[in-house]
Design a protein around this ligand. Structure first.
Ligand code: NAD
Ligand code: MLT
Length: 336
């Protein structure tokens, strides 16, 4: 995981394989859609930039050998075989937080650095999470769709207040703490779990730390802010859902796969779960198999919009270009 020297940029893994005799203008590929400021920053530093979003895996494999640097968001999968074809690659930059689309051990073995911009989309994602929580508690998307369909259904969309409820935050990093702060501003009791964050640090962020086993039964709302790892895969599953209060509402603006979607659908259908709000899915974009969950009347769903604000996209696009340029020009860079 990231060694973050500042909230602005972070090195995730890898080592420098750029020798001091190698400094030269670099060739960069932007293989996902990034704000135009990214290419502008590289060009301003004299580097060559190709922007080619939407390449197939085969197309990427064919051209990646030409490039010194690669910038991705989440669509490009930087797999072992892509890396094997990347004979000139020195650094992969993730314009965003999660690096689960990059095979970081394979990159490290090849001496390719992997860097991200962990702080750049914290606020955007925390704001989307809170928007989801409010939309979920007041059935906003369903009520809007009903009114637009010509109906006037008031009692059907009776909601619940946030004030006085318990918000359980799983993952007390940048986004989790921000969401908790706003939860408290809404008069919620905030509890949380994070195996790395000390009890003292959680309390100083206003979050009462609780063991995971005790968290389920206390929460009215559960919000997920962890990476997807072997420990968090299916953290929300049939067993943990059973331990939750009837009517619990769950929000996932972190990563698909932290929730077992099949178990969630069953718990929604049985009425045990009151509602869920999802920005991320096990398969993105979701296929036909995921339709019953996404179309469920008590699901609020958005298409992975957490980081999709102009503000965050400009920030991460600019930060990643500066970071890669510094690395390729052998300047000091944050996060080492
Ligand atoms: P962060 O690294 O600051 O915080 C993550 C926290 O999760 C850490 O404190 C870590 O200790 C904790 N954690 C790890 N394993 C855990 C476990 N088993 N149980 C509980 N906590 C655990 O990361 P962040 O910037 O807050 O981002 C959180 C998540 O949100 C990441 O998965 C990131 O990829 C995702 N994200 C999604 C979007 C989006 O578009 N929806 C945007 C940005 C980030
Ligand atoms: C992230 O981890 O930064 C998000 O998933 C947002 C993105 O896809 O860029």
């Amino acid at each position: 995981t990231g060694l973050q020297a500042s909230g602005k940029a972070g090195i995730v893994t890898g080592r420098r394989n750029i020798s001091h005799t190698q400094a030269r203008l670099a060739k960069i590929l932007l293989s996902d859609a990034t704000d135009k400021i990214c290419a502008e920053q590289f060009k301003a530093r004299g580097h060559d930039v190709d922007s080619k979003p939407g390449l197939s895996k085969e197309e990427l494999k064919q051209i990646i050998g030409q490039y010194d640097g690669l910038v991705v968001r989440s669509a490009t999968k930087v797999t072992k075989d892509i890396l094997a074809a990347a004979t000139n690659l020195k650094v992969v930059g993730r314009a965003g937080t999660g690096v689960d689309n990059i095979d970081t051990p394979a990159a490290t073995m090849q001496g390719v650095l992997v860097v991200n911009t962990p702080g750049g989309n914290t606020i955007s994602t925390a704001e989307l999470t809170f928007t989801h929580m409010l939309a979920l508690s007041r059935n906003i998307p369903q009520a809007v769709a009903s009114l637009k369909a010509g109906k006037w259904e008031r009692s059907k969309y009776t909601g619940t207040e946030l004030t006085g409820k318990t918000l359980a935050v799983i993952g007390l990093g940048r986004i989790g703490r921000e969401v908790a702060r706003w939860g408290r501003a809404f008069g919620m009791t905030t509890i949380g779990f994070d195996p790395i964050v000390s009890a003292a640090a959680a309390r100083s962020a206003g979050i009462e730390p609780v063991p995971l086993d005790e968290l389920w039964a206390k929460a009215d709302f559960i919000t997920l802010h962890t990476p997807l790892t072997k420990d968090t895969r299916y953290l929300i599953n049939a067993d943990t859902l059973k331990k939750c209060k009837k009517g619990v509402r769950i929000i996932n603006c972190a990563r698909g796969g932290i929730i077992d979607e099949k178990a969630l659908l069953e718990a929604l259908e049985s009425g045990h779960v009151g509602g869920a709000s999802l920005d991320v899915y096990e398969t993105e974009p979701p296929g036909e198999a995921e339709r019953p969950l996404i179309n469920h009347p008590r699901i609020v769903s958005t298409p992975h919009l957490g980081a999709n604000t102009k503000d965050a996209q400009v920030r991460v696009a600019k930060d990643i270009a500066i970071q890669l340029s510094d690395i390729l020009e052998q300047k000091d860079f944050v996060g080492v």
